[in-house]
Design a protein around this ligand. Structure first.
Ligand code: ZN
Length: 122
């Protein structure tokens, strides 16, 4: 799917309560698949989402990392601890880790982005 077509579908579907028959439609299926399978569409949709939330995604190695860091923060921008949905944390500049969900603030430091392979530590 090209990005223009994707944008058009995004306008129709994103952030709306969609009725069952829309969710079952071919257009919706194509849209949902494009998010998962088409990197250009994923990056664009994720940037739109983060922009709408006021999250500055520009300093990240990739949109996947930006989105996962965004999801690791609460509504005040603070790191959420022991939330099983959180798969990555960013502490300081260049310090990223995988949280260990054992009730404490333990994390495993990672040196490379798990999605795009960029070296994270300076
Ligand atoms: Zn990355």
């Amino acid at each position: 799917m090209d990005l223009d077509r994707f944008k058009e579908l995004h306008t129709r579907f994103f952030g709306k309560e969609l009725p069952e028959e829309v969710l079952a439609s071919e257009d919706y299926e194509a849209y949902a698949n494009a998010i998962h399978e088409n990197e250009t569409c994923y990056n664009w949709a994720t940037a739109e989402k983060l922009k709408s939330k006021g999250f500055d995604y520009k300093g990240y190695c990739c949109m996947m990392m930006a989105d996962k860091v965004f999801e690791s923060l609460d509504e005040n921008g603070e790191t959420k601890y022991d939330d099983p949905e959180v798969i990555i944390n960013k502490w300081e500049e260049d310090l990223y880790g995988i949280p260990v969900h054992n009730g404490s603030a333990t994390m495993v430091v990672i040196n490379y982005c798990p999605w795009c392979g960029t070296k994270l530590s300076a």
